[in-house]
Design a protein around this ligand. Structure first.
Ligand code: DHB
Ligand code: MG
Length: 216
């Protein structure tokens, strides 16, 4: 075996040694649960990774597609320096309102903007003074490849596009799958891994995150 399976014990060790979920994020999750949101926030270790990654790359402009309850937006925005911006796109107005409230409570309203609507349409309307450093795609899986195509021109060379859930809950290797989500994630991985303007890799963290850096 070329990898170490993450047992419950190892996972508990990782969470305890590199904690990324504080009371604010725990409360956000609980309130989202109580409000009937699906429990599909990114995992704490993904927050830890994204925060480290954003700091390492000096990211100042971040775009997120799919805010849900704002767990990842708050997590990422906390790692951004003064004067940076995080734009998150959310289809559900009720979810977007929740995120705006959480962003205010977190004191991040100067950094985070939530736009409500269909992501593909919002992406076509975006005009940027400066290109994005990082794009996090975590919305409907069927839209991933479209979001990749629409965001690529909005990202600087050296910037990174990431898609969440790219192991498709263990089904990503199933080439015969008729599941639309699995097919869409396989198409996304194929597109990002072969794109001439991107150099990509799949990180097996949580349900998988695929990263592509824009090289040209
Ligand atoms: C699910 C998880 C996700 O992270 C996501 O973006 C969408 C759905 C899920 O577990 O169903
Ligand atoms: Mg996700």
């Amino acid at each position: 075996m070329k990898y170490t399976p993450i047992t419950d014990e190892i996972y508990a060790y990782m969470s305890a040694t590199f904690p990324a979920e504080d009371d604010f994020l725990r409360t956000l999750k609980r309130e989202a649960d109580e409000a009937g949101f699906p429990p599909i926030h990114i995992a704490p270790e993904q927050v830890a990774f994204l925060q480290m990654f954003l700091k390492a790359t000096g990211a100042k402009r971040v775009l997120e597609i799919g805010a849900l309850a704002g767990y990842s937006a708050v997590g990422m925005a906390r790692a951004l320096p003064e004067g940076s911006s995080l734009l998150t796109l959310e289809r559900e107005p009720r979810h977007a309102d929740f995120v705006r409230r959480k962003v205010r409570e977190a004191g991040l309203e100067n950094i985070v903007e939530v736009r409500t609507g269909d992501a593909a349409q919002l992406l076509r309307e975006i005009t940027v003074d400066s290109l994005f450093d990082f794009v996090f795609i975590d919305a409907d899986k069927v839209g991933y490849t479209t979001y990749l195509d629409l965001t690529l021109p909005l990202v600087r060379v050296g910037g990174v596009i990431c898609g969440d859930n790219t192991l498709a809950w263990g089904n990503i290797a199933d080439s015969a799958s008729t599941d639309k989500t699995v097919q869409a994630l396989r198409n996304f991985n194929a597109a990002i891994s072969t794109h001439p303007q991107l150099q990509a890799c799949l990180l097996p963290i949580a349900e998988g995150m695929t990263f592509g850096v824009k090289v040209g």
